[in-house]
Design a protein around this ligand. Structure first.
Ligand code: GLV
Ligand code: MG
Length: 338
């Protein structure tokens, strides 16, 4: 019916941070190009955190950004309102009609199962055909309900439009009735404790645990097994930069490619965490140079290397090369400049 052909593969572009902006604020619209220069992905937020009386202004601001602003090679995404809300139909209809050719990805919140993706997929095809788009819009799901986590594999496989997923700890906590009031991170009450000692007065060692590990790991598997990109979502305590960095790093090590930034300070944290460490990149390059065909078993710096570690090194070096193309400082840190 005239919609573009589906994408066969999800292109991996620099994706260390999805920076959230509310374009109902004219100042944010004006600053979009300046902020875009510092981020990998810029997102116009239309959903939660945008008050009901500013929903239309946020949508109109996003459309202005898409029409009037030059964002360079930074991607432009939209987080539309949830599929059960009174705004989503106008969000999708107007945004695709007006700036569909500028938009890379549509983020859908509160996805509960593959049926939500099928609905969006069909609707987008209609809107793309009507707008005469030549490139298919991709879909990014937020994993933030108990039902969504239960169906995460089916969601990942629901459509060739699926670009990735973000982990949404705030809505997920509410949906699961977790007894927290935070956006991501740990909780002092969620911990393990060692057994009592013979000396009953001796202190028992105890440590906080990660309440998100299981769901993030499931999301990473669901995404990567379908060629999608997994992201950690928001971290709400803006002042606690160390906790934000710790949360982002745990997600990075598990396989996430990036996280949301809700404040400029978090852009820098994401850049630091989701760009591989220069020391690790150097070691990975050393392994690849020492084992050009990736075969056999070798000892490098006292560590066993085989086909599997060689593949890990390829992941590290490929990511470093991709980011170095965008960021000359990183290129230098990785030793990729002549
Ligand atoms: C994100 O939308 C969240 O609910 O954490
Ligand atoms: Mg949410």
């Amino acid at each position: 019916m005239g919609a573009p052909e589906p994408a066969r593969e999800i292109e991996f572009r620099p994706s260390r941070m999805i920076h959230f902006l509310d374009f109902s604020n004219d100042k944010m619209v004006a600053k979009a190009p300046e902020i875009a220069a510092k981020t990998d992905i810029l997102l116009g937020n239309l959903e939660d955190a945008v008050p009901v009386d500013r929903k239309v202004a946020a949508r109109e601001g996003l459309i202005r950004v898409g029409k009037e602003m030059d964002l360079g090679d930074t991607q432009l995404w939209a987080r539309v309102n949830s599929l059960d809300s009174p705004w989503v139909l106008d969000d999708l209809t107007q945004v695709v009609a007006e700036i569909g050719h500028k938009l890379d990805v549509v983020m859908i919140p509160k996805v509960e199962g593959p049926w939500d993706i099928h609905f969006v997929d069909r609707l987008l095809a209609q809107l793309e055909a009507r707008a005469g788009l030549t490139r298919p819009l991709l879909v990014h799901a937020i994993l933030e309900t108990a039902l969504g986590v239960t169906n995460v594999e089916e969601i990942a496989a629901a459509s060739p439009r699926m670009q990735g997923m973000s982990f949404g700890p705030a809505d997920l906590a509410a949906s699961r009735r977790m007894k927290t009031t935070r956006v991501g991170g740990g909780h002092p009450g969620y911990r393990v404790i060692e057994d009592p000692h013979a000396d009953e007065g001796a202190a028992r060692m105890t440590a906080q645990q990660d309440p998100w590990h299981y769901s993030i790991a499931r999301m990473v598997d669901a995404c990567t097994s379908n060629g999608l990109l997994p992201f950690y979502g928001p971290f709400g305590d803006i002042k606690d930069t160390l906790a934000c960095e710790t949360q982002f790093r745990a997600a990075f090590l598990l396989g996430c490619v990036g996280a949301w930034s809700l404040h400029p300070a978090q852009i820098d944290i994401a850049k630091k965490v989701f760009s591989p460490d220069p020391e690790e990149v150097r070691f990975a390059k050393k392994v690849i140079e020492a084992i050009p065909d990736g075969r056999g078993v070798h000892m490098i710096d006292g560590k066993m290397q085989d086909d599997a570690t060689w593949k890990q090194c390829q992941v590290m070096v490929h990511l470093a090369e991709l980011l170095a193309k965008k960021d000359p400082e990183l290129a230098q840190a990785y030793g990729f400049t002549a």
